[in-house]
Design a protein around this ligand. Structure first.
Ligand SMILES: NC(=O)c1ccc[n+]([C@@H]2O[C@H](COP(=O)([O-])OP(=O)(O)OC[C@H]3O[C@@H](n4cnc5c(N)ncnc54)[C@H](OP(=O)(O)O)[C@@H]3O)[C@@H](O)[C@H]2O)c1
Length: 223
């Protein structure tokens, strides 16, 4: 997809991977909308921040209504927002569990269902979901996070099969550790990291592939 003049939405735009993806999409000439609770500090005429708590369905409805009213379509959705923690299962409060699932999984579903109608009408579009290597194999202490990211992989694969006949591409990118604020609250510290700008370049390079190519899943780790 040539991103020039296309409308892109990035969830979790205020920091880390999402912020890097926003900047890479602006570089690729897209019109970019970022959704997050904290301000997304990007000053560019083609960037629009919409304060959104993605755990609230009504806030998602409002954000996408505004985007669709203004642009008439969404060509690219990057479902990136999320967080994780690693802890013994009995130490996880049920409200923390629900909060994680609402943020990492349900928000992805709610945002996706907002963009699919315009993508189907245009018979084009792409949805990139940010999973994790924690969505491919279980990790000690990761019952909640891994469950959410395994679900992201299942959601993505099913969505890919559902939408490909409409000319819509769905990809799930599963990174290993990336140097972001994720680890401020995760309760673990990895030894090696990817850089968010490098991951953003990878994500945008998938989007820029010819429309006839469907990269459905990519796992990427620090060397
Ligand atoms: N860092 C890693 O090693 C790593 C590895 C694999 C996968 N991932 C995944 O990558 C994604 C991005 O994480 P990151 O590493 O870039 O961490 P980050 O710097 O902490 O960024 C997380 C982003 O998600 C947003 N977010 C969280 N809860 C939200 C909510 N309720 N409503 C709206 N936005 C919300 C945050 O925005 P606000 O706080 O402003 O709302 C922030 O922009 C996550 O899905 C994470 O699971 C990260």
């Amino acid at each position: 997809m040539d991103l020039s003049g296309k409308t892109a939405v990035v969830t979790g735009s205020s920091s880390g991977i999402g912020l890097a993806v926003v900047n890479a999409l602006i570089q690729a000439d897209a019109e970019v909308f970022g959704l997050s609770r904290r301000v997304t500090a990007v000053d560019h005429e083609r960037f629009h921040w919409m304060q959104t708590d993605l755990r609230q369905a009504g806030e998602i409805d409002r954000a996408f209504a505004g985007i669709l009213e203004r642009q008439g379509r969404v060509d690219l959705l990057v479902n990136n927002a999320g967080f994780g923690f690693f802890r013994e299962v009995e130490a996880i409060d049920p409200d923390e569990w629900r909060n994680l699932m609402d943020t990492n999984l349900t928000a992805m579903f709610l945002c996706t269902r907002k963009v699919v109608p315009s993508m189907k009408a245009n018979r084009s579009g792409m949805i990139v979901n940010v999973g994790s290597v924690a969505g491919k194999r279980g990790i000690k202490g990761g019952t909640a996070y891994c469950a959410s990211k395994f679900a992201v992989n299942g959601f993505s694969e099913s969505l890919m099969e559902e939408l490909r006949e409409f000319g819509i591409r769905v990809a799930c990118v599963n990174p290993g550790s990336v140097m972001t604020g994720f680890f401020d609250h995760a309760g673990v510290q990895p030894k090696k990291y990817l850089l968010p700008d490098d991951l953003a370049r990878l994500i945008v390079s998938l989007v820029l592939l010819p429309d006839g190519m469907l990269p459905d899943e990519l796992t990427v780790r620090p060397l």
